[in-house]
Design a protein. Sequence first.
Length: 491
Amino acid sequence: MLVSSTHPKQLQHFINGEFLATQKTFRNISPVNGQVISDVCEADAATVDAAVKAAQAALKGPWGRMGVQERAALLHKVADGIQARFEEFVAAEVADTGRPVHQARTLDVARGIANFRTFADLIKTAGTEVFQSESADGLGALNYTIRKPLGVVGIISPWNLPLLLFTWKVAPALACGNAVVTKPSEESPSSATLLAEVMRDAGVPPGVFNLIHGFGGNSAGEFLTAHADVDAITFTGESKTGSTIMKAVADDMKEVSFELGGKNAAVVFADADFDAAIDGVMRSSFTNSGQVCLCSERVYVERPIFDRFVAAMKQRTDALQVGYPGDDGVDMGPLISHGHRDKVLSYYRLAVEEGATVVAGGGTPRFGDERDDGAYVQPTIWTGLPDSARCVTEEIFGPVCHIAPFDSEEEVIARVNDSDYGLACALWTTNLKRAHRVAPQIEAGLVWVNTWFLRDLRTPFGGVKQSGLGREGGRYSLEFYSEVTNICIKL
């Protein structure tokens, strides 16, 4: 049941252009000190149904008749609105996740703006195919395609990069003319709520962008994926949840796009630029406290430089500054929640049981202040585990990597590919022939060479095996968020 509320600490749903509250709420807890940030309204089935109906109505209204140029201009206004409230978005991201302020400024919020601008420009210039076809009478035909919206798109986004991954889906879905019902993670609802305000203030028609809060099973997520009038679902999160969603949408034959988990590898060859490789693997292991689906939890180093590499990684890891998000020089904040901290710490214990050598970290830092009530763990390095160990095969999603030696290209390619996941891999080598030879053999959706997390938003993003289904980015997003119709004209 929807009720009106103006409580300043309450995050509400945004449906049909208005903020609305539900009676049932849950608490948004700071991972920095365990204190309550806000109360968040939880959507029931009736709330989700109201959001879907609002989206359907929007498709039949002015939004459904809006031309591409006008739609793109509106998305640029949304980007401008985020830019105008840049520091508010930074504060929301930092409060929910505890990530360092400099990361929220340079990565999360900046990418949120870029997502809207990029897809607004792409849709203005995107073309479709036309073919001159032959026919038996010799007169021929013209076959051309047109791109139409899918309809109502359900968007479920994760907590690790809240605004970045939320807008990565919202922007192309709207660019293609769809109406959306969005559910951010219950762990990070604040920046999505700010975006709803920006949408309203930018003049996005009511019902085009709808926001619901809640959990997965028997809550907003399940009600959204199971709703018969939702035409497509796009989801970023755990592989197990993706499998559950796929089963839920099978009967309705909904379009789906899944960006799921990873157990990514970094491969460092002996001819690599050593300092660049250390810098790169430090980033790919510990950025955002290791809570990025692209992070490297498996590091393979060619044997001649293995000992030197491990020693350098230990020195750099021991020097990482873990602390308050706004402190000068801080490298790493807490994990997203106490529950996730407990999961990561269980792997820290398991690694020792499996026989790992703990090179760095392996526990929790002690501060002697309110941060001891937060969700902090130490950045951690292991060596000595077999490839079959659970800590080497299962996604941990924390600030951790296992470093292992290898002796040949063939060996390391086989070991990298011996995984249920296939999202990303980073190769470090100065041998260009080797880079071109090895990269195509890696079973992953994305392979970096001498870099990590360098993204061009026009390129495809997604994984293989249990790391995902489908691709988004550039024209691949336009293809997913559109229904393509072929029109044949007999001449």
